[in-house]
Design a protein. Structure first.
Length: 448
């Protein structure tokens, strides 16, 4: 049965509480991410034929007939491979198993039992957690008998299914919701500050995230391009909730991006678009490069309020005043600068303070009276442009949107606005209301 046939999506405001947490584990390239996408009706996980694409834990919400649960996608567990990155993947899978109320152990029915399957089955037996053994890639129901071999893993009756085509996934979801405890983690509300950590490859984004969290939640590796998905992690600090999103490195030239990197970058861009604040991470030991400016421009286009974070400050000889003029001349939002060292922890607490302050501006509303007094000052400060004997008149304005702020200024003739004057008004607005780093949108509208 196709899992899409009985879905009962609900509005966020009406959504039922989560009923538990499910971890999806298995050997590389058995179809875990395809299964996560099928069960959650999303394309949230990177799916690609290359083994080992998913490296970090990734969490999505699945809904089956109004019963909602957290689904954790994990990296492929190749226990025999002792390379550092693979060991990190194994540790992340162990952490997901520890968090889960139910484990979906995915195997490739066409490949049969592998030594890796046997080793992972032993780990799961020792975990003393409920396990559903899923014999994946059975695209034809007449081949369900391929699943029988997996009985000898000692994890109960294997469930034949095809994550790609949906065969068996409806029955699987029925079983999942009955096996979950009925309560799960609390979901994050709209009041949370959503923070995207952006940067070119290998500038230390995952190290920064781990420093903010105080735990090794995301794999940190010296290999460029380790983070391929955008990973959401919730951080509670006092009465303030942050949703931190670590993203894949963004390359400057499109021709440098192929296959997995291309789709991972799309997810990084999507993460920026749903964030309130973007941390544009710059390796201070290398100085500011053009690719950093490209990343900052992505944050601007996504309408994020932006902080430029100079990392590795403990090992650099770069001076702030060497970087600030170039940023201000190239970046329209004029984002503030923060220096940190993820390794020593220097500046980490201050960084979160700055994120909160920037978010308050991002979400703030300027009163109509105050805004119109500002417009009156603009009329006095600079003569408006004119054309053919007709001069622009700034009449009045109002703020029409927050997160980020958008303003509507009524004028006698929008055609009289010049590019230079429009930028000047934006900069004056930014200076007057301390909106440095905040994307300010102004619509000049003819008074009706």
């Amino acid at each position: 049965m196709d899992s899409t046939s009985e879905r009962s999506p609900q509005d966020d405001e009406q959504a039922e509480p989560l009923i538990g947490t499910v971890a999806v584990v298995g050997f590389p390239n058995v179809g875990k991410s395809t299964l996560v996408n099928r069960l959650s009706e999303s394309r949230a996980a990177v799916v690609h034929e290359t083994p080992g694409v998913t490296r970090d834990r990734k969490e999505v919400i699945a809904d089956w007939n109004g019963r909602r649960f957290r689904l954790i996608d994990t990296g492929g567990v190749d226990i025999a491979d002792q390379t550092p990155i693979t060991r990190s993947i194994v540790e992340q899978a162990h952490a997901a198993i520890a968090e889960a109320d139910l484990i979906l152990f995915v195997v490739d029915a066409r490949a049969g039992i592998t030594p890796g399957d046997e080793e992972l089955a032993a780990i799961l037996r020792r975990a003393h957690k409920p396990v559903l053994l899923l014999a994946n890639k059975i695209d034809d129901p007449q081949q369900d008998a391929l699943a029988f071999e997996f009985h000898r893993l000692g994890l109960g009756d294997p469930v034949p299914l095809s994550a790609q085509h949906g065969h068996g996934t409806g029955d699987l979801l029925d079983a999942v919701v009955t096996m979950l405890p009925g309560s799960g983690p609390q979901e994050v509300g709209e009041e949370a500050i959503r923070v995207a950590i952006l940067g070119r490859p290998n500038v230390g984004k995952s190290s920064l995230l781990n420093a903010l969290l105080g735990e090794d939640r995301v794999i940190v590796s010296e290999v460029p391009g380790t983070t391929r998905d955008a990973i959401d992690t919730v951080l509670q600090r006092g009465d303030r909730t942050f949703v931190l999103v670590d993203t894949a490195g963004i390359r400057r030239k499109r021709k440098q991006r192929q296959g997995i990197e291309y789709y991972s970058e799309l997810r990084a861009l999507a993460a920026a678009e749903r964030a309130d604040v973007a941390l544009v991470l710059v390796d201070a030991s290398e100085g500011l490069v053009d690719q950093d400016l490209t990343v900052a421009d992505i944050a601007r286009k996504a309408q994020d309020s932006t902080l430029v974070v100079l990392s590795k400050w403990d090992i650099t000889e770069t001076e702030l005043e060497d970087i600030r003029p170039r940023l201000e001349s190239r970046l329209r939002q004029r984002p503030p600068l923060v220096t940190i060292s993820a390794k020593s922890g220097r500046g980490i607490s201050r960084l979160l303070d700055r994120v909160e302050q920037l978010y308050e501006k991002h979400a703030a509303r300027v009163g109509t009276g105050e805004l119109n007094r500002f417009l009156a000052e603009l009329r006095e400060a600079r003569e408006p442009p004119s054309k053919n004997g007709r001069r622009l008149n700034l009449l009045y304005g109002t703020q029409v949107q927050v997160r980020p702020p958008r303003f509507r200024f009524f004028v006698n003739d929008p055609g009289l606005i010049t590019r230079d004057y429009g930028y000047w008004v934006e900069n004056q607005l930014r200076d007057r209301f301390a909106l440095q780093g905040v994307p300010v949108s102004i619509d000049f509208v003819r008074r009706s």
